[in-house]
Design a protein around this ligand. Structure first.
Ligand code: HEC
Ligand code: HEC
Ligand code: HEC
Ligand code: HEC
Ligand code: HEC
Ligand code: HEC
Ligand code: HEC
Ligand code: HEC
Ligand code: HEC
Ligand code: HEC
Length: 312
């Protein structure tokens, strides 16, 4: 289907060149104003007053290229003169490739969503663009003009994530307590300072370039007099599954000590002369069940203001 449509777009190109050769016709179509579109597209026009894009028509102050229907579809004189047709309107979304969709919308929206690095986002890399998630004329959510309710929209493509939010321990996204966008920015995310400034999974930063988790779990924010470097550098996901887990507290491992020993094994670039992350000393008899639940003693595992070993 797509391929056939691209051929349509190419034909449009040829058509434009052909027009060029005829001096009597101007190549560039003119702006005719949105009222003209109403005559033939009343089904789209009638509900449009509720669309945020109607503001440009209502104000009457925007330039023609930024006003109403033609703000997205381009100048319509040729289209009107021809009595309609997909080939005659400069921007027919059914014919244009994803990158052209992106350009059309970003002409006005680059300011608001530039912080998200949308051109380098994983969605953009995978040809998931504005119109995959937003519907201008048939939105199911007046706010943000989403094509479907957010949860249905995201699960529509991310089916495995639904199973994660159905696990015994989870964030209550399926129950409507929170949303994907409490943690993710579907437009992309810029490099955070945590997790070695890698750009993980379009996880959105909260204020101050910190993990979004801290917006809600404020007691974990710090700064602490004694930081647990593992928390600060590797981020919350080093020990927790963010979506859901079969382990209590959303932990990555069923037994706490296996989690700790993944880092506290004498390797890594910490400690004197980069000798490695400290191992628990011999006083820790790991054969004893008492020592296996490390956080019974190291209770302030996210950081402490009182004790460098996180006892209190
Ligand atoms: C903010 C950009 C934008 C504006 C403004 C806009 N459109 Fe659209 N239009 C689209 C997109 C995107 C599509 C493709 C379908 C979709 O994703 O909703 C579309 C599709 C269409 C279609 C194809 C048929 C259909 O129902 O999908 C028609 C006709 C149309 N628009 C007419 C209009 C008219 C008339 C106006 C002014 C009242 C208008 N558009 C304003 C973006 C816009
Ligand atoms: C004289 C009637 C008429 C007027 C006026 C008119 N259109 Fe259309 N338009 C049509 C017809 C008919 C189609 C259907 C083409 C089809 O479905 O193959 C169409 C299709 C479209 C499409 C769909 C292209 C696609 O994706 O396939 C868009 C977008 C569009 N019109 C925008 C506009 C805009 C914007 C205006 C005002 C500047 C406008 N039209 C004015 C008759 C008109
Ligand atoms: C001509 C400029 C222009 C173009 C092109 C344009 N927009 Fe908009 N868009 C606006 C303006 C202006 C608003 C209203 C902002 C406001 O409410 O203050 C808006 C609002 C929105 C909103 C609602 C934001 C909210 O807070 O609810 C969404 C979503 C949106 N646009 C998506 C798109 C998409 C997708 C495209 C491409 C198909 C597009 N826009 C093309 C100017 C534009
Ligand atoms: C993968 C899905 C997805 C894609 C692709 C996408 N959006 Fe969005 N967009 C959303 C969701 C979900 C929201 C609502 C965010 C929220 O609830 O906080 C949103 C919100 C918005 C808003 C209003 C809030 C804001 O951040 O300013 C605008 C404007 C917008 N999108 C425009 C666009 C444009 C333009 C494109 C393409 C360049 C685009 N979006 C691509 C899903 C998407
Ligand atoms: C509590 C915060 C949070 C919520 C809510 C959340 N995510 Fe995530 N998600 C994350 C974090 C953090 C990662 C990165 C995990 C990692 O890299 O170890 C991630 C990773 C992902 C990934 C990539 C890795 C994978 O598991 O495939 C996808 C896709 C994803 N999330 C989709 C979603 C969707 C869809 C929703 C809503 C239904 C959602 N997320 C809700 C925090 C969240
Ligand atoms: C039209 C399909 C589609 C929709 C809708 C969609 N995504 Fe995606 N998403 C993808 C594809 C394709 C990828 C890249 C392949 C992959 O990682 O699964 C992706 C990747 C991701 C990733 C992983 C990024 C990484 O670094 O690996 C996250 C997180 C994500 N999407 C979140 C969301 C959220 C949140 C929503 C809803 C607002 C959403 N997606 C809606 C198709 C979609
Ligand atoms: C929008 C607010 C919000 C955000 C953002 C958020 N959480 Fe939560 N989190 C909660 C709530 C509320 C609960 C309580 C459990 C529930 O809702 O069932 C919870 C529960 C938890 C629990 C389990 C606590 C327990 O006692 O079992 C852990 C662990 C957790 N979150 C870690 C994270 C991590 C890691 C992130 C970032 C990837 C994060 N949270 C982001 C609101 C949030
Ligand atoms: C080094 C591993 C590790 C990292 C990194 C980590 N946690 Fe935890 N977290 C734990 C352990 C272990 C528990 C369980 C403690 C217990 O059961 O006493 C826990 C428990 C929790 C709880 C539930 C109990 C409570 O104290 O409220 C929340 C909420 C939580 N973590 C949030 C976070 C957030 C947010 C981050 C990122 C800032 C984070 N965690 C980073 C190991 C970690
Ligand atoms: C993601 C890696 C990572 C994980 C997982 C981790 N830590 Fe750490 N931890 C560190 C780093 C890095 C340091 C600081 C360097 C050092 O002291 O070796 C540290 C420091 C400590 C210290 C202070 C050591 C000192 O000498 O001051 C204690 C105590 C500690 N961790 C306990 C734990 C416990 C208990 C767990 C399991 C709940 C755990 N850590 C999980 C990375 C981690
Ligand atoms: C019964 C209480 C208790 C439990 C349980 C416990 N620790 Fe400790 N931990 C201590 C004490 C006390 C110290 C202070 C130094 C010492 O005497 O070994 C310490 C120190 C440490 C240090 C710093 C060592 C150094 O040389 O700086 C690390 C790392 C550590 N513990 C990790 C762990 C891990 C991982 C576990 C779980 C396998 C664990 N601890 C379980 C009491 C405990």
């Amino acid at each position: 289907m797509r391929g056939v449509r691209y051929i349509g777009a190419m034909r449009l190109g040829v058509y434009a060149i052909a027009l060029c050769a005829v001096p009597a016709l101007s190549l560039a179509a003119d702006y005719v104003g949105s009222e003209v579109c109403r005559t033939c597209h009343s089904d789209i026009w009638t509900p449009f007053y509720r669309n945020p894009h109607y503001k440009s028509i209502a104000s009457g102050k925007a330039k023609p290229e930024n006003t109403g229907c033609e703000g997205c579809h381009g100048p319509g004189s040729d289209h009107v003169a021809a009595g309609g047709g997909s080939d005659t309107i400069p921007v027919a979304f059914s014919l244009i490739p994803p990158e052209k969709v992106l350009d059309t919308c970003l002409r006005c929206h680059s300011q608001t969503i530039s912080r998200s690095n949308i051109r380098r986002s994983v969605h953009t890399d995978n040809n998931i663009v504005c119109t995959n998630c937003h519907s201008i004329h048939r939105s199911q959510t007046p706010k943000f003009l989403l094509a479907r309710k957010q949860i249905d929209l995201c699960y529509g493509c991310h089916t495995t994530v639904r199973a994660q939010f159905s696990m015994p321990f989870k964030h209550r996204v399926n129950e409507g307590v929170m949303q994907c966008t409490d943690c993710h920015n579907p437009h992309g995310a810029s490099a955070p300072t945590w997790r070695m400034a890698d750009r993980p999974r379009m996880v959105d930063q909260a204020e101050g370039n910190e993990e979004p988790c801290l917006k809600c779990h404020v007691d974990k924010r710090g700064p602490f007099v004694f930081e647990h470097v593992g928390v600060r550098v590797d981020g919350c996901e080093a020990c927790h599954y963010p979506h859901g887990s079969t382990n209590t507290r959303l932990l990555r491992r069923p037994v706490v000590f296996t989690l700790c020993l993944e880092c506290h094994n004498g390797f890594g670039n910490f400690g004197p002369n980069n000798s490695g992350i400290t191992q628990p000393q011999a006083t820790h008899n790991l054969a004893l069940p008492r020592f296996q639940n490390c956080t019974t003693c190291h209770v302030r595992i996210h950081g402490s203001n009182a004790d460098s070993f996180f006892f209190r």
